[in-house]
Design a protein around this ligand. Structure first.
Ligand code: PLP
Length: 430
């Protein structure tokens, strides 16, 4: 009897009622082809699709699942919170505790405002910077992704890169006019932009360590130099740690790198432990410009949602040095194994990392910016991706995304990944 592929059945149904069949573009497998997995459940390092097939998951919900899926203590905290009510539209003790937990780990976040998505966090950070400086212009870097607010979609990474788009239809010329896009890691270009219009620039926003054009770490001193340039011109530095925050270490990328202080830091993903929660933090006097204290308006019906704060708190408490040490070690082991498999088949590649985040570019030579990231063999990635999937390993379905590990990726899960690598490397070579 021919087995019906339930993922395909669901994808067909989904496309009839949901644009592209997905709630977020990269999930559609558009750049690698084929049918997305429709996930029925996930535990530890594994996801199970609608066919009941189990895959080792190297997507980890695109970052949040630092502890693995459905960690019993996180699930218990959410269940517990749910029993006391789903949403109040009023302040809670758990929000205070989570804000304190964030400040303890990232001291520049003296005060914290909770929102529901990373997009809201960066959008609010931009508004706050404009409100604080009375200036309009935002400097961002090509290939950096900060969510899908109008001002930040220009030359964005992640799904915008995956689909090869310059930006988005529906963004007005006026909204884009105040965004200046500069090549990543190009300090001379940043200096030039500031020399030309420094008195109009409200902020420079950068991913703490970019991971949405593949992983392209900042050149040593790059972020500190941005701090310096912004300060000289009275502009703010917004450090986007939505992806890196609480993932590459308890203090995020800032904790690993140190030596400079951004004005505003944005968080998302791990801080919500898999629930919709994100945040921005900064110096108290700056954060006090937000409503209700100050004139910069920002609000949200579900902001600081009790289930989300419960998941975030449980996750941050569980994310101790042992967790980060394990994820770091797994990452190094996996990078070495991928490199060896590709070398054996003489496949051109470069592996780049930022803390435990890493990605594989199918090209020769280091990648320092978005132009170099785009100059990779995306069809090779597609072949690699599908060979891994065939062997039961789910990679992010895009050459422009980081690979994610968790503390739940045990020896058994990793053995399955290692067993798949030679076959995937051969699929690229052939
Ligand atoms: N900033 C960065 C660095 C991100 O990686 C993302 C999402 O991938 C965002 C912002 C947007 O977050 P969200 O998808 O929660 O809106």
């Amino acid at each position: 009897m021919v087995q019906v592929n339930q993922d395909r059945v669901l994808f067909d149904r989904a496309r009839a009622v949901i644009p592209g069949g997905v709630s977020s573009p990269v999930r559609a497998f558009g750049s690698v082809g084929g049918t997305p997995l429709f996930i029925a459940e996930a535990t530890g390092p594994y996801v199970v699709d609608a066919n009941g097939d189990t895959f080792v998951d190297l997507v980890c919900s695109w970052g949040p699942a630092l502890l693995g899926h459905a960690h019993p203590e996180v699930v218990a905290a959410v269940r517990d919170a749910a029993g006391r009510g789903l949403s109040f539209g009023a302040p809670t003790a758990a929000e205070v505790e989570l804000a304190e937990a964030i400040r303890a780990r990232v001291p520049v976040a003296e005060q914290v405002r909770f929102v529901s998505t990373g997009t809201e966090a960066t959008m609010t950070a931009v508004r706050l910077a404009r409100g604080a400086t009375g200036r309009d212009v935002i400097v961002k870097f090509a290939g950096c992704y900060h969510g899908h607010s109008d001002a930040l979609l220009a030359a964005a990474g992640s799904g915008v890169a995956t689909q090869g788009l310059p930006g988005s239809a529906g963004v007005t010329a006026a909204a884009a006019a105040d965004t200046v896009v500069v090549a990543y890691n190009d300090l001379a270009a940043v200096e030039r932009v500031f020399a030309q219009q420094g008195d109009r620039i409200a902020a420079v926003i950068t991913e703490a360590a970019p991971a949405n054009m593949g992983v392209v770490p900042p050149a040593p001193g790059f972020n500190a130099a941005l701090r310096d340039i912004a300060s000289r011109h009275g502009a703010l530095l917004i450090l986007d740690e939505v992806l890196t925050g609480f993932r590459v270490g308890p203090g995020g990328w800032l904790g690993l790198e140190g030596g400079y202080a951004p004005d505003i830091v944005t968080f998302g993903k791990v801080v919500g432990g898999g629930m919709p929660l994100a945040a921005l933090g900064g110096r108290a006097e700056l954060m006090q410009l937000l409503a209700p204290v100050g004139p910069v308006y920002q609000a949200g019906t579900l902001s600081g949602n009790p289930l989300a704060t419960a998941a975030g708190l449980a996750t941050l408490h569980l994310a101790d040095d042992a967790v980060y040490g394990l994820v770091d070690r797994r990452s190094l082991e996996l990078q070495a194994a991928v490199g060896e498999a590709l070398r054996r088949e003489s496949v051109p590649h470069v592996i780049q990392s930022a803390g435990s985040l890493f990605s594989v570019f199918f090209r020769d030579g280091d990648v320092g910016d978005y132009e170099a990231a785009k100059a990779q063999d995306q069809t090779a990635f597609g072949r690699f991706f599908h060979a891994m999937l065939q062997e039961g390993v789910a990679l992010p379905p895009s050459a422009f995304e980081a690979w994610f590990l968790s503390a739940a990726h045990d020896d058994r899960a990793m053995e399955r990944v290692y067993a798949a690598l030679p076959l995937a490397a051969r699929a690229v070579a052939s």
